[in-house]
Structure formats: structure tokens, C-alpha cells
Write a protein that binds this ligand. Structure first.
Ligand code: CDP
Length: 215
């Protein structure tokens, strides 16, 4: 398998920016698996599927046609041909995504799609379960962490000034939901290298990942 870099970690740990930067530096493709769970959630809401009903979600999980563009300079995601890159970052999707992502039929379908996209490799893949479930054979596994405060600060800056306290509460709620599943997708792969990014700048984290990948 050519190079696969698995970049896991909780919300606001810097996964997306770091993954894109590393992919660009190494000329690799880039896959945001969180965007796929968000796109599936967007579709369920759009179709009026009750997102608090796992059986209803499971029954429809095979329907939407999801397409992820893998250019790190311009990642895209479409559902049935519609570009949903904007709406999947909205509050409605963010509030429902953990519940949708907890449905086994959703995970089975998306993990299979993710493995198809990874194919022979040459890609940086970011998510929660990449090093453990999606690509356990990845040659490089990174687990990014940061303090709860730093994560909330970064996320609220991305959401152009959302309150830090509210953002921190939302991240804590999702971390809790995301880590109380049967298979904890926030579990760290035993062979992952943990990087605490609390006091590091983006470029410093990218440099560190590149150093690890070159070893
Ligand atoms: O970056 P942020 O944490 O806001 O979220 P994301 O990476 O866009 O992922 C959104 C949600 O999708 C997470 O809260 C998880 O519930 C779910 N997810 C997952 O279960 N497995 C993944 N590999 C990626 C995301």
C-alpha cells in the first residue's frame, strides 16, 4: 500500500487544517470523513427522517449518493449531485451528526465508501476511527489532542465569533455522545503517535507530522 496517513482526534484538535497542510506538502490526496457523516446527516434532515430514530436512519442509510472530492486545496462534498459543503457546517447538522453517526448501518456504509476512496493509498484521511477501523494498516497514525479550552477557542473562531462557552459545551456534548458508543470511535489506536497541539501553531504541527511521516 502506498502511503496512508491516518489523522484522528476530537473536534477542534486541528485535524482538518493539519491534514490539508500535510497532504499539500506531500502531494497527497485528502479525505474528510467527518464531512461524510455530516453529509449523510444533512440528507436525513432534508428527507425528514427523524434523527432520533436509529431504525428509521438505518432503513435509509443506503440511499444518498455521496461524493467526496479529494483535492486538499479545494475539498468538496456532494449529495445526489448537490454541493453541501456549506450547509453541513450549520447548527442543525452539527446538532444531529453524533446521533446519525452512531447508527451501525451508517458507519458500515461510510467506512466501505472511505475504504474505496483510500484505494491504493496516497492520501491523508482525517476522522475519529481511521487508525483503528477504517485503515488499521496505515503506515502513519497521528492522534491530535488539545485542551478543551483551546479546542473551543479554535472552533468559535472558525464559526466567526460564536461564544466560546457555548462552543465548549457543544464540543463536550459531542465528545460524550461520540465516545459512548459500543465501539468508541474516539479510542486512540495503540500504535498512534499522540500530538498535543494546545500550545503549537498550525505550521509547527504540520512540520511535526511531516517529520514523523519521513521517518
Ligand atoms: O471537526 P468536527 O469535530 O466538528 O467534526 P467532524 O470531523 O466534521 O465530524 C462530525 C461528527 O461526525 C463527529 O462528531 C462524529 O460524530 C462523526 N464522525 C465519526 O463518527 N467518525 C468519523 N470518522 C468522523 C466523524
Amino acid at each position: 500500500m502506498t502511503l496512508v496517513i491516518a489523522m484522528d482526534g476530537p473536534s477542534g484538535s486541528g485535524k482538518s487544517s493539519v491534514s490539508k497542510g500535510v497532504a499539500r506538502a506531500l502531494g497527497l490526496r485528502y479525505l474528510d470523513t467527518g464531512a461524510m457523516y455530516r453529509a449523510m446527516t444533512w440528507w436525513m434532515l432534508h428527507e425528514g427522517v427523524p434523527v432520533d430514530d436509529p431504525a428509521a436512519i438505518a432503513a435509509r442509510a443506503g440511499e444518498p449518493d455521496l461524493n467526496s472530492g479529494t483535492d486538499p486545496a479545494a475539498p468538496t462534498i456532494t449529495v445526489d449531485g448537490v454541493d453541501v459543503s456549506g450547509p453541513i457546517r450549520g447548527q442543525e447538522v452539527t446538532g444531529a451528526v453524533s446521533a446519525v453517526a452512531a447508527v451501525p448501518a451508517v458507519r458500515e456504509r461510510l467506512v466501505a465508501l472511505q475504504r474505496e476512496i483510500i484505494g491504493a493509498g496516497g492520501i491523508v484521511v482525517e476522522g475519529r476511527d481511521i487508525g483503528t477501523v477504517v485503515a488499521p494498516a496505515a503506515q502513519v497514525k497521528i492522534y491530535l489532542t488539545a485542551s478543551a479550552e483551546a479546542r473551543a477557542q479554535r472552533r468559535s473562531a472558525e464559526l466567526s465569533g460564536a461564544s466560546i462557552t457555548a462552543t465548549q459545551a457543544d464540543l463536550a456534548r459531542r465528545d460524550r455522545l461520540d465516545s459512548t458508543r459500543k465501539v468508541d470511535p474516539l479510542a486512540q489506536a495503540a500504535d498512534a503517535i499522540e500530538l498535543d497541539t494546545t500550545s503549537l501553531g498550525l505550521d509547527e504541527v504540520i512540520e511535526e507530522v511531516l517529520r514523523i511521516a519521513r521517518k
